[in-house]
Design a protein around this ligand. Structure first.
Ligand code: FAD
Length: 512
């Protein structure tokens, strides 16, 4: 993103207006501020302090490094400004059945043997009585369980180069941090509540928004980052919302911060409950917790009681309730309005993908940056690509609910027996029959991600790769034992997560 957009043509945009200053609004502002020449095209962001932000998106995935690089963010500064910690993956507890747990790590399991993916050998060895859990062959799992973390090695020969990482951060501090950077780069912020949106009579394009103060702000391109309110794309332009509640029935959350425990673990935990699940996100200054649940099966009071019962440490604030509906707008780019963030759609936070979807939409918008003629091909292409992202991530999340053996509640009985998209049905069938993963390389979640969750949810392939039989089982067992030992030793050599965070952030402070 080093080249600024040439805005010299007669039809070039002159004013970009971003409505909303949550994670979506300020990520968009920060990214556009790198590529737009502000002398020729202004970027203005409007947010209402009285309304505030949703403020719960606190877990990320490694793709965020790409955003940080493109926007020119300094990692240490970001971590210090947002009280961030490192994240090696997500631990899923009680999903397949009570007492089970597995990790979806940011790293690979084991090593290929003779060109065949490791999980085929693991499945084969398990049938022969090897009881070492799959996770024990994965550095993020082994290190995470010991609360250890260090930056991955850069030498590809080291087992400590086989993982990646993301962050947990304070959502409000993240928006503030991006605001500071955006304003330094010339983005103009206006505080106030929008009470009216004017459309051009000729074509229904958005012409201006009016604030409570009476101020009218005109623009050529409007980016709707107004959160669940969807002021522009929904209220003003009337683009419909497609509900996916039949596949992702959870529609409520109660968020509850708590004091930090003594040990700072480098992973998110998602614990399944009778009508949903509870997240636990460790930050430097507090732990974020929340219970995501389905209001068809559980009341707010029951959900709060369960959340409180499962806190590891005492709550430090009152419960905060949120309502949502899984799904997406039928079009995220309509006329001169692009919806980014919660205004465009929502997939529950089970795999921490919402911030990624914001990032993907911003990058796609920059690639297809319009002029005032708003070429229909650009918006059609944007909409098709974002739709594809949403559907692929949707399927991955549904898998966690569908592939369960739980029979202990009406909610789980519904999830276990519900119809699922054909695209997911196909992937599950292929894996079950052959141990292979049907995916395309352009997807966010690739083979290792699918294998982690498919096996974690206890979908065991009926057959493994036939090449597994080419190597004597004893030799495989020896190699796997050696792998396990290497993983254990490598993980034990790492500093604790708390030490790494303290050193990293202190170094940043010293340099600042
Ligand atoms: C329970 C839950 C947990 C989540 N956890 C995660 C997670 O772990 N990881 C992840 O990636 N994502 C997560 N998300 C999603 C994440 O929170 C959002 O994607 C992210 O915060 C972006 O929100 P936003 O900026 O679209 O909306 P908001 O933060 O709601 O911002 C909306 C903005 O619009 C402004 N606004 C609204 N109306 C007006 C008006 N009339 N006038 C002026 N301004 C207005 C508001 O003031 C605000 O600034 C979670 C979401 C929920 C609901």
């Amino acid at each position: 993103m080093s080249d600024t957009h040439q805005t010299t043509t007669p039809q070039a945009l002159r004013r970009v207006v971003i409505v909303g200053g949550g994670t979506a609004g300020w990520m968009t502002a920060a990214a556009l501020s790198v590529v737009i020449d502000k002398e020729r095209c202004s970027i203005e962001l409007i947010e209402s302090d009285a309304i505030g932000i949703v403020g719960v998106g606190e877990a990320t995935i490694p793709a965020i490094h790409d955003f940080n690089r493109k926007v020119g963010l300094d990692e240490q500064e970001l971590m210090r400004a947002t009280c961030a910690t490192f994240k090696l993956g997500i631990e899923f507890v009680n999903w397949s059945k009570h007492g089970d747990s597995y990790m979806h790590p940011f790293g690979r399991y084991g090593f290929d043997i003779n060109g065949v993916a490791f999980h085929h050998y693991w499945v084969d060895q398990r049938q022969r009585g090897n009881s070492v859990p799959f996770g024990e062959y994965c550095i993020p799992y082994v290190a995470g369980k010991q609360a250890r973390f260090a930056m991955p090695h850069t030498d590809p020969r080291s087992v400590l180069s086989t993982y990646s990482y993301a962050y947990h951060f304070d959502a409000s501090l993240y928006a503030k941090y991006l605001r500071k950077i955006s304003e330094q780069r010339g983005v103009v912020r206006t505080e106030g509540r929008i009470i009216d949106v004017s459309l051009r009579a000729a074509d229904g394009f958005i012409e201006a928004v009016t604030l409570e103060s009476g101020q009218r702000i005109e623009g050529d391109l409007f980016i709707d980052c107004s959160g669940f309110r969807a002021l522009l794309i929904g209220d003003a332009l009337g683009v419909d919302y497609e509900s996916w509640k039949h596949w992702l029935p959870c529609d409520r959350a109660v968020a509850l911060p708590s004091r930090n425990p003594d040990v700072l673990e480098p992973y998110t935990r998602a614990t399944a409950h009778p009508a949903g699940w509870q997240w636990r996100i460790p930050l430097q200054h507090r732990t974020g917790n929340g219970h995501v649940y389905c209001s068809d099966y559980m009341s707010d009071d029951e959900a709060t009681a369960i959340a409180l019962e499962h806190l590891e440490t005492e709550a430090i604030d009152d419960p905060r309730y949120l309502k949502f509906l899984a799904g997406k707008r039928r079009r995220m780019w309509h006329k001169n309005c692009v919806a980014i963030g919660l205004s465009g759609g929502f997939l529950e936070p089970l795999e921490s993908t919402s911030i990624y979807l914001i990032q993907a939409a911003i990058m796609k918008l920059i690639e297809r940056f319009p002029d005032r003629e708003f070429c229909a091909n650009d918006s059609a292409d944007f909409n098709a690509q974002i739709e594809r992202h949403f559907c692929q991530i949707r399927d991955f999340i549904i898998l966690h609910y569908k592939a369960t053996q739980r029979e202990d509640s009406d909610f789980w009985n519904y999830c276990r027996t519900m119809a699922i998209p054909e695209s997911l049905e196909y992937r599950m069938r292929v894996f079950r029959e052959s141990g292979r993963v049907a995916y395309s390389k352009r997807e966010l979640f690739i083979e290792t991600n699918w294998i982690a969750v498919l096996l974690g949810q206890d979908i065991v392939p009926q057959q493994t790769d036939m090449r597994v039989t080419c190597t004597p089982p004893d030799r495989i067992a020896t190699q796997m034992h050696q792998m396990h030992e290497v993983m254990k030793m490598a993980a034990a050599s790492l500093p604790t997560h708390a030490e790494t965070v303290a050193r990293y952030c202190a170094a940043s402070q010293a340099e600042a």
